[in-house]
Design a protein around this ligand. Structure first.
Ligand code: NAP
Length: 325
C-alpha cells in the first residue's frame, strides 16, 4: 500500500454483512472547503445496515436503485484533521473532531473528508475517540423525535426500546429536559436503564407495558416494535406517539398525515436531519455530563462483518464501535 492509499470497508453490491470486504483504495482528497480526517473510531449502526442491505426497497431512492451509491459506509466518526482545503477556516491540522455524515458516509475507512460547514465539530475535552464516535447517530435521531414531540419539564414520557442506540440516548436527552421517564427493556438491562435516569423501568419479559395504568404526554417507540393502536390507551388527551419504524404497511406515515388533522392523540413521523448546531448541542451535553452514549462491543475494521452480524442480531445494547487507526 502506498501513501496515497488506505484501508476501507467496501460494499460493491447490496446484501448481507458478508458483501463487505476490507481492501486498499485511494485516499480521498479534500476540496478547497473540505478537511481530510484520519479516522480513529467509527460505529456500525442500524443506518449503515439499512444502506448496506437495502432491505426496504424505498431506501434505494437514497442509496442507489440497482447498486450502492455509497461503497464505503460509516456515518459516525471521531478522528484527527490531517489536512485542510485552502478555504477552510473553522478547523486546523491536528484538531480532534467528531461528527456525522449520512449524505456521503465514508467513515468505515482510515481517512474520510467532510466539508467544514457539515455536521462536524471539535471533540469534547477528555474523552476518547471510541467515546466520541457514538455521540451522533442515536443522539440525533432521539433529539429530532423529542423536539418534534415538544417535550417539556414535568412531562411524562414512555420510552420503549430504551437500550438501543436511539433509546438509550432518548432516556438521557428527555431527562436533561426535566421530564419523567418510564423505560421498557429486557431484564439484563434494567439496572443500566436506571443509571441512564429512568424513574420507572418495565421489564418487557415480565409484564406488558401497554397494560399499565398510567398515561403519558409522549410514547416513543425507539425500537419500532409497537403500534399506535396498542399504545393509544397510554396517551393522555393530546399525547403524541412516535415510532422509529414505518410500522405494518407503513401505517405510521399514513397516521402521521391523518391523526394531526383530527385533534387529540396523534402520531408524528419526523424526518431526522442533522446539522453542525445539533452536533455542538450534543457535544455540550457530553461536556456537562448529561449525555454519555452507551457502548456495547468494540471491533477492529478487519472485523467489520462480525460487527454487522452482531448489530443485525437486534440485541446490541447502545452502540457498537469500530476502532480504525
Ligand atoms: N430508518 C432509519 O434510517 C433508521 C436508522 C436508525 C435506526 N432505525 C430504527 O430504529 C430502531 C432502533 O435502532 P437502534 O440502533 O437504536 O437499536 P437496535 O440496535 O435496533 O435495538 C437494540 C435494542 O432493541 C431492544 N429490543 C430487541 N427486541 C425487543 C423487543 N421485542 N422489545 C423491546 N425491545 C427490544 C434490545 O433491548 P433489550 O436488550 O432491552 O431487549 C436492544 O437493546 C430500529 O428499529 C432501527 O431499524 C431506523
Amino acid at each position: 500500500m502506498n501513501n496515497n492509499q488506505m484501508k476501507a470497508a467496501i460494499n460493491n453490491t447490496y446484501g448481507p454483512p458478508e458483501v463487505v470486504k476490507v481492501m486498499d483504495i485511494d485516499k480521498p482528497i479534500p476540496t478547497d472547503k473540505e478537511v481530510l480526517i484520519k479516522v480513529y473510531a467509527t460505529t456500525v449502526n442500524r443506518t449503515d445496515c439499512g444502506f448496506r442491505s437495502a432491505e426496504y426497497f424505498i431506501s434505494r431512492f437514497f442509496s442507489g436503485l440497482f447498486r450502492p451509491k455509497f461503497k464505503t459506509l460509516g456515518n459516525e466518526f471521531a478522528g484527527v484533521i490531517e489536512a485542510t482545503g485552502k478555504d477552510v477556516t473553522l478547523f486546523k491540522t491536528g484538531d480532534k473532531v467528531f461528527g456525522y455524515n449520512d449524505t456521503r458516509f465514508g467513515a468505515h475507512a482510515e481517512y474520510m473528508t467532510m466539508a467544514e460547514n457539515e455536521a462536524i465539530t471539535t471533540m469534547p475535552a477528555d474523552i476518547t475517540f471510541e467515546e466520541a464516535a457514538p455521540i451522533t447517530e442515536g443522539g440525533h435521531y432521539a433529539l429530532c423525535d423529542i423536539r418534534a414531540a415538544k417535550v417539556k419539564p414535568g412531562h411524562n414520557v414512555l420510552i420503549y426500546g430504551a437500550t438501543g442506540a436511539i433509546g438509550s440516548a432518548a432516556v438521557q436527552l428527555v431527562k436533561q429536559i426535566g421530564a419523567m421517564v418510564t423505560a421498557v427493556c429486557n431484564t439484563k438491562n434494567v439496572e443500566l436503564v436506571k443509571t441512564l435516569g429512568a424513574e420507572v423501568v418495565i421489564d418487557y419479559t415480565k409484564s406488558d407495558f401497554t397494560t399499565i395504568d398510567q398515561t403519558f404526554d409522549f410514547v416513543f417507540d425507539a425500537v419500532g416494535k409497537s403500534s399506535f393502536k396498542t399504545c393509544k390507551p397510554l396517551l393522555n388527551k393530546n399525547g403524541i406517539y412516535i415510532s422509529t419504524e414505518l410500522g405494518k404497511n407503513a401505517e405510521n406515515i399514513f397516521l402521521a398525515l391523518t391523526t394531526p388533522l383530527l385533534g387529540g392523540k396523534k402520531v408524528l413521523f419526523p424526518m431526522p436531519t442533522i446539522c453542525k448546531e445539533n452536533v455542538i448541542f450534543l457535544k455540550e451535553l457530553v461536556e456537562k455530563g448529561k449525555f454519555k452514549p452507551v457502548i456495547d462491543r468494540q471491533y477492529s475494521l478487519e472485523q467489520i462483518v462480525e460487527a454487522y452480524n452482531y448489530v443485525e442480531s437486534r440485541q446490541k445494547t447502545g452502540n457498537v464501535i469500530i476502532t480504525v487507526n
